[in-house]
Every structure is written in C-alpha cells, then in structure tokens.
Write a protein that binds this ligand. Structure first.
Ligand SMILES: [Zn+2]
Ligand SMILES: [Zn+2]
Length: 147
C-alpha cells in the first residue's frame, strides 16, 4: 500500500484518497470559494444603494417624517398620514404597533380574538405565558407570607 498523507488522522479515508484526488479536492474548494465570492458580489450589486429608512412608501407616517427630514415637497398622502399620527399622539393614543409574530402571547391573544386557529408556536407561547404568570403569583404570595 502506498504511503498516503494524513494516514494517521483518518484511516477510513486513507485507503481511498490519493495525492491526485487531494489535489482535485483542493481545486474544487478553490472553485467553490470563487463561486461564493462571485455570488456575494452579484447580491451586493443588485441591492439598492438607498438606505432602508428612505424606502418607506408615501402615505405612511415614516414617509411623512422622511419628507420633513429631507425637506422634500409633501404630498397629500403623506400629509394625511403624518397629521393623523400627530393628532393621535396629541390625543394620547399610541400608534398601533406591528402585529406580533406567531410564537408570542400577543399573537395567541390575537388568534383568539379573531376566532383564528391557534398554531403550535402560539399555543406554546400561551402555555409559557401562563406558567410565567403562575410563577410570579407564587413568588408574590411567598413574599406576602414571609412579610
Ligand atoms: Zn410622500
Ligand atoms: Zn400564531
């Protein structure tokens, strides 16, 4: 049997990997690296250069504030959205937050309120939530008893 590099490291491979194969593997790795680099470059080139916060569409609060910040002319859609937001804030109404993703207690509550089917992730979140509340209650009770 011919001597093969790395023989002691991995006896199973040693019998099948020849120096020629090793060379080929190294070439393949180099090729794969070049492929990945080319793909990364392509992805970078295809991304828009404008920062994300400047891509919000008109007719949103974000659009309204972007116009103000950049001193751009204000369109009606943005003015309406912005004024509504300001009015709501003045009235003490918190802006409606984004819908909570599944797997949170808020999402579970939403499912129930809307009569939707509760998925596993949300079911788990509810159980977790109740468990946490339970632990909190018990801890409070213990503190009250100790006081
Ligand atoms: Zn606008
Ligand atoms: Zn859900």
């Amino acid at each position: 049997m011919a001597y093969v590099r790395g023989a002691r490291r991995h006896p199973m491979f040693v019998l099948t990997i020849t120096p020629e194969m090793e060379e080929q593997i190294e070439k393949d790795i180099e090729q794969a690296k070049r492929d990945i680099e080319a793909k990364l470059k392509a992805v970078k080139a295809s991304k828009p250069r404008t920062p994300r916060r400047d891509t919000q569409p008109c007719g949103t609060t974000a659009g309204y504030y972007r116009h103000l910040r950049k001193r751009e002319p204000m369109d009606d859609a943005c003015r309406t959205a912005g004024l509504a937001h300001r009015a709501a804030r003045r009235a003490g109404i918190k802006p409606k937050r984004k819908l909570s993703p599944c797997g949170t207690y808020a999402a579970y509550r939403r499912h129930v309120e809307h009569g939707e089917q509760v998925d596993d992730a949300c079911e788990k979140a509810k159980t977790q939530h109740h468990a946490e509340r339970y632990v909190e209650r018990m801890a409070r009770r213990e503190m009250e008893l100790a006081a």
